[in-house]
Design a protein around this ligand. Structure first.
Ligand SMILES: *Cc1c(COP(=O)(O)O)cnc(C)c1O
Length: 405
């Protein structure tokens, strides 16, 4: 056996697991794979080449651009393909900071994904300045505080649409209005939003928006940045004239085709999936609340995505629960997925100012297209048993710090 076969032999297969971590990544839709494969095998021409073998590939990219634009309710020319969601977020911020050397101030929120949060830290280290707007205990933003944070030096306001840990939705259209009134750009990280709730960017004052294929049943390593056609944009990658001079580098054709198909599938399934996934999430959430005393839903008073629930189980450590869930092949996450292995409590829940016990025992469960009612049934057996076991192992914690309200 060669190395990769050995590795494969030791792997857990997809149908052995209960996958409740769709905000970390999603399963590829078979329809997406089917459409992308020929662009890895047959149609390998360079889309920039003048002959037909290249031009046909260019047309496949054009179709993908139209499909992504249709999902976002914008024009195809406003879509720039990128290598991932992180790149799309980085590119929007980098562009804004290049437009005017006198404007090097960024307004952001306390609960952004590391793709924005860490980038903002770097901006501050390099001589720019950053104002972080906080959230309340439900995860909601204070729009007046955000407005006050904008100064004549502000280049851009960046705020996520849906939070990856809690599913809490920010009122991005309202934020965009505030930014427009103050004459600053507004970017939104919509990576958790696209494909989950309807989006219509036509007539919106959002200047730019990031999305990522692997969060909507497409492949990893491809994303897109929407840039409003009236908004100025400076590229981060300089080289060839691909993507209408907004992102150099030979296109990742197969992945772009896949993102186009994923967008089309998401648009077609959106209304039905929204209901079906929401029903699964709600049955799961209510089922756990009935079965496990002292269970709290973080952000439940805010507007939320239909697929996400962030729960705190009083008296347990989420890291210990993760290990035990893993033994049952149940996949979910504690805190931020990008900080796995770290004992640091979720910065999102800390920003919500929840009691320490509540952040310590918090877990995120996120549903998607390929989850079934059977997954919910199994999870409703495994999770209460694991939590009861953990609480029995540490009774002192429960009695010392009883119900958290
Ligand atoms: C996953 C995610 C990202 C990063 O996207 P990649 O394509 O993995 O780089 C950024 N923001 C949010 C909210 C995400 O959920």
């Amino acid at each position: 056996m060669d190395q990769i076969d050995k590795l494969a032999a030791s792997m857990i297969a997809r149908d052995q697991i209960i996958y409740l971590d769709n905000n970390a990544t999603t399963q590829l839709d078979p329809a997406v794979i089917e459409e992308m494969l020929p662009y890895l095998t047959e149609y390998y021409g360079n889309p920039s080449s003048g002959y037909t073998f290249g031009a046909q590939v260019r047309r496949a990219i054009d179709l993908a651009r139209e499909r992504v634009a249709a999902l976002l309710g914008c024009e195809p020319g406003e879509i720039v393909f990128t290598s991932c969601g992180t790149e799309a977020n980085n590119a929007a911020l980098n562009s804004a900071l290049q437009l005017d050397p006198a404007r090097q101030h960024v307004v952001t929120t306390a609960v952004e994904h590391s793709a924005t949060r860490r980038h903002c830290e770097t901006v501050a280290k390099r001589g720019g300045s950053v104002t972080v707007v906080g959230v309340d205990s439900d995860g909601n933003l204070d729009l007046e505080e955000l407005e006050r944070a904008i100064t004549p030096q502000t280049a851009i306001v960046t705020a996520m649409w849906a939070n990856n840990e809690t599913g809490v939705l920010f009122p991005v259209e309202k934020i965009a209005e505030v930014a427009r009134r103050k004459r600053v750009l507004f970017h939104t990280d919509a990576i958790q939003t696209v494909g989950k709730i309807p989006i219509r960017l036509k007539d919106s004052t959002i200047n730019s928006l990031a999305l990522s294929a692997h969060k909507l049943h497409g492949p990893k390593g491809v994303g897109a940045l929407y840039v409003n056609k009236r908004s100025a944009f400076k590229p981060s990658l300089i080289g060839g004239s691909q993507e209408n001079n907004r992102r150099a580098g030979t296109e990742n054709v197969a992945s772009i085709v896949a993102l186009g198909k994923a967008a089309e599938c998401a648009g077609a399934a959106l209304a039905e999936e929204n209901n079906r996934v929401r029903a699964m999430r709600d049955r799961f959430e209510n089922g756990l609340r009935e079965r496990i005393p002292n269970t709290f839903v973080n952000g439940d008073l805010a507007a939320r995505l239909p697929n996400t629930t962030n729960l705190s189980f009083a008296g347990i450590e989420s890291d210990a629960a993760l290990v035990m869930f893993d033994r049952h092949q149940l996949c979910c996450s504690a805190g931020s997925a990008c900080r796995t292995g770290s004992l640091e409590a979720s910065y999102v829940l800390r920003a919500m100012n929840l009691p320490a016990e509540r952040t310590r025992g918090s877990m995120r469960f996120s549903f998607g297209r390929f989850n079934t009612d059977a997954d919910v049934d199994k999870a409703l057996e495994i999770i209460p048993a694991v939590i009861a076991k953990l609480r029995a192992m540490a009774p002192a914690t429960v009695t010392r710090e009883p119900a958290v309200v």
